[in-house]
Design a protein around this ligand. Structure first.
Ligand SMILES: [Zn+2]
Ligand SMILES: [Zn+2]
Length: 172
């Protein structure tokens, strides 16, 4: 049981159309990562759902939450957070795998649902804080920790590399 924390036995539920069951399951899910952030290895993903016996299968409605960590897009420091997303998915035997999740016998596995929900919700452009000041595009100093005298206000950061290039030319 501990090896499959997301597997729910829905045998009784399936034999009672209209009945429902509340489940809270948690456990680590390997390799939850997108460009920019990931769920730290071994940290638990939590699934809280209401399972309802509906015609043809089981409807799972609720939320998936997990901690995440990444690198701040602006200052490159560690960025962390907690994601939480709503889910409403149908589990059915022999259904279209593109549309629904499988139901094998009386076993309903919430892990694929949790995995898909987390992968969709992980931030691709994480920030350490909403108001992160980032790095100076000219000297590279971390503006969250110190200020510098570079004239960055008038410089569009996208042009900074170009300005550095121009400044270097006369010396060639
Ligand atoms: Zn930052
Ligand atoms: Zn600077």
């Amino acid at each position: 049981m501990t090896q499959h924390p997301f597997v729910v036995n829905v045998g009784t539920l399936r034999r009672q159309p209209g009945a429902s069951l509340r489940e809270r399951r948690e456990g680590p899910i390997p390799e939850l990562a997108v460009t920019g952030s990931s769920v730290p290895e071994g940290r638990p993903v939590v699934v809280e759902v209401l399972l309802e016996s509906v015609h043809g299968g089981i409807m799972a409605t609720g939320a998936v939450s997990a901690p995440w960590a990444g690198e701040c897009r602006r200052c490159l420091a560690v960025a962390r957070g907690e994601l939480r997303t709503s889910v409403r998915e149908l589990f059915e035997p022999g259904g279209d795998p593109e549309q629904t999740y499988p139901l094998r016998g009386d076993q309903l596995d919430l892990e694929p649902l949790a995995r898909d929900a987390v992968l969709l919700e992980l931030p691709q452009v994480p920030l350490c804080t909403e108001g992160c000041l980032g790095l100076c595009p000219v000297c590279g100093i971390n503006h969250n920790e110190a200020s510098c005298s570079c004239q960055t206000e008038s410089i569009d950061p996208r042009w900074a590399p170009l300005d550095a290039l121009k400044g270097g030319e006369p010396r060639r």
